[in-house]
Design a protein around this ligand. Structure first.
Ligand code: SAM
Length: 246
């Protein structure tokens, strides 16, 4: 009897999710960040090891895909890991791939733990969104973090602002109701290069790992060509652009 009730409850829940998802697709309901939690909860969770499971065996293939994409860069890169937690992404990253690594996370307990590891060329700061003061980056990692943001467009705009011209965005988004809204937003703000959908047989979880590139605007193309011409002719970057801070 208990089993039947549990199965019926699961069926009702998945029916509700399907209806909700259809409503979002039809524009009848908006996407709501499903897992928003206050920072204090994250700190408490990290303090008692509640989030250790992100480092578990079933999560490893997900990281492997992100490292695989990163391996396509032909030299060490500067990386910004938004919502870095205790630095699990940095932990599995070979030092030789890293030119500079910056992790940010609003949970101070996680940031302090990451700092203890003293990984090469790596720094960790308390913060939820990219701060232009941290500099520009070749790669931004959004690893299971987008659905905690109350304003994803704002987050992606801020990421774009600190992404170098040939920069990449690596993302991982677990399957949840309306997740396609996040995939769409990534495609709107950046150029999609590839995506992989992965299912774990043990965690009964599904993730979408994606690789996006900075959108090349006409102005950026003109600037690149102009800079290349100036450098070729005088060996110097064009002073007008430098003065204008472009
Ligand atoms: C699911 S964990 C992922 C951690 C890490 N990226 C990883 O893969 O191990 C989400 C992380 O996002 C952080 N976080 C929560 N809300 C956030 C927000 N609004 N902006 C940025 N990070 C946030 C949490 O503190 C937590 O460390």
């Amino acid at each position: 009897m208990k089993k039947m009730i549990a199965r019926a409850t699961r069926l009702i829940r998945s029916g509700q999710r399907l209806v909700h998802e259809a409503a979002i697709r039809l524009g009848l309901a908006g996407y709501r960040a499903p897992f928003i939690e206050v920072t204090g909860d994250w700190d408490d969770g990290y303090a008692v090891g509640e989030h250790d499971h992100y480092g578990s065996l079933c999560e490893r293939p997900r990281y492997a895909v992100l490292y695989g994409y990163l391996g396509a860069r032909d030299r060490p890169v500067s990386i910004l890991d938004v919502g870095c937690g205790v630095g699990l992404f940095r932990r599995g990253l070979p030092d030789e791939r890293v030119d500079r690594f910056v992790g940010i996370d609003p949970a101070s307990v996680a940031v302090l733990e990451a700092r203890k590891q003293a990984w090469a060329r790596s720094e960790f700061h308390i913060g939820a969104v990219p701060d232009p003061g941290l500099g520009k980056f070749d790669v931004i990692v959004l690893n299971e973090v987008m659905y905690y943001s109350a304003d994803v467009d704002d987050l992606l705009r801020r990421c774009d602002a600190v992404l170098n011209n040939n920069g990449w965005v690596l993302s991982s988004v677990t399957r949840h109701t309306g997740d396609f809204v996040l995939h769409r937003k990534l495609d709107e703000h950046f150029t999609p290069l590839d995506a992989v959908v992965m299912t774990s047989r043990t965690a009964y979880a599904k993730w979408r790992l994606a690789l996006h590139a900075k959108r090349v605007t006409a102005a950026a193309t003109v600037k690149t060509v102009f800079c290349a011409m100036c450098s070729a002719l005088s060996g110097e970057p064009p002073t007008t652009l430098v003065v204008l801070g472009l």
